[in-house]
Design a protein around this ligand. Structure first.
Ligand SMILES: Cc1ncc(COP(=O)(O)O)c(C=O)c1O
Length: 355
């Protein structure tokens, strides 16, 4: 006898990235920032008093939304702060996709999308990407003919790290009858020289949501803080109806604010990651393991000579965790998070020994 809803009983849950079992293992499998959050965050934490936890938190994360509005030159009504980017995805799905209606995603991409669609009992429509990870030219039409109420597309793409420019999303959103959520979890690592800025999408279109997170760029994956940017009419139902009443705890609001107020520090970590990304990518390329151009904090290394699964297992035995996906199109590759220079040296040295 099961009491679960039928679709919940039938579905598989999300598989988390492995956690290291000892202090020596280097964790390059879940795309965290290798650097800690700003010293401002540390100071805010030291000044934090437990008495402030007696009361419920500010329900709308007002100060954080105001600070985000200033950062992105938009209004606080363009923002909802969420318990990690993952909650943002769940809110978008439960707010914009009726059970039985269609949710779309490109494949491969973040596997949580499909899990959330199952929870919502939505029909999952997948759009296969080209071999170079680009989207089919007619993706907007495909999304419409599937009658997608919501589509999630990740940019920079995960797990390849490749970047698509905003006009492509503008074209898709203009064509789409439903909502387009562009998951920008890794946007902070894009080289500023590319001049990439997607926020005009929400200024110009009323069916676009941009997902951001403090987990990657701000070194705060453990805090669980993310946000959505969108037209106020698109944000409002999630803000006032579907989110948990106090979805952002008081400590997260304070530490998140301290993090975004120190843009200089955050940007310096992004720059360090970018510089190591270039170095690590070049080393692997010279060893005969190429990866597509990444604008993210990870690279997707292709292995034609050695089974990727064996490399993954071998690296693990050397105390280096990377991500192996046992699925078509990815099972000859490893996704490797860019670590500190020392971590990357250990990765490279272990890799050289293995091959
Ligand atoms: C593509 C993508 N989107 C969203 C997230 C959500 O991150 P978080 O819930 O930590 O903000 C992740 C986390 O790994 C991700 O890879």
């Amino acid at each position: 006898m099961t009491y679960e809803r039928g679709n919940i009983a039938a579905m598989q849950g999300y598989t988390w990235g492995e956690q290291p079992q000892d202090d020596r293992t280097i964790k390059l499998n879940t795309n965290e920032n290798p650097y800690p959050a700003s010293p401002h965050v540390q100071r805010a934490l030291a000044a934090f008093t437990i008495d402030s936890l007696r009361r419920y938190p500010e329900p709308t994360a007002k100060k954080l939304r105001e600070a985000l509005a200033k950062l992105h030159d938009l209004s606080p009504e363009h923002f909802i702060v969420t318990n990690g980017g993952d909650e943002a995805l769940r809110l978008a799905l439960t707010t914009y996709v009726d059970p039985g209606a269609t949710f779309s995603m490109a494949v491969p991409s973040y596997s949580l999308y499909g899990v959330l669609a199952d929870i919502q009992d939505a029909k999952l429509h997948t759009v296969p990407l080209h071999a170079d990870w680009s989207m089919p030219e007619n993706i907007g039409a495909q999304l419409n003919s599937a009658n997608s109420r919501l589509a999630c597309l990740v940019n920079p793409h995960a797990p390849s790290g490749t970047l698509t420019s905003p006009p492509t999303y503008s074209r898709i959103a203009k064509q789409m009858n439903g909502v387009l959520l562009v998951d920008e979890a890794y946007i902070d690592f894009v080289d500023p020289k590319r001049g990439h800025d997607s926020t005009d999408l929400v200024r110009e279109l009323d069916n676009v949501l941009l997902l951001r997170t403090f987990s990657k760029g701000y070194g705060l994956a453990g805090l669980r803080l993310g946000y959505l940017i969108g037209h106020p009419d698109l944000i409002a139902p999630m803000m006032w109806k579907t989110r948990d009443s106090y979805n952002i705890n008081h400590l997260s609001q304070i530490l998140g604010l301290a993090a975004i107020e120190d843009q200089g520090y955050a940007r310096s970590t992004w720059e360090r990651v970018r510089s190591e990304r270039g170095r690590v990518q070049a080393v692997f390329e010279n060893l005969g393991f190429p990866s597509p151009p990444s604008e993210s904090n990870f690279i997707l290394v292709q292995s034609t000579r050695v089974a990727a699964r064996d490399l993954y297992t071998g690296l693990k035995e050397h105390g280096v965790l990377v991500r192996y996906f046992d699925s078509a199109g990815l099972n000859d590759k490893l996704r490797i998070t860019i670590g500190t220079p020392e971590e990357n040296d250990r990765l490279i040295s272990a890799f050289k020994q293995l091959i």
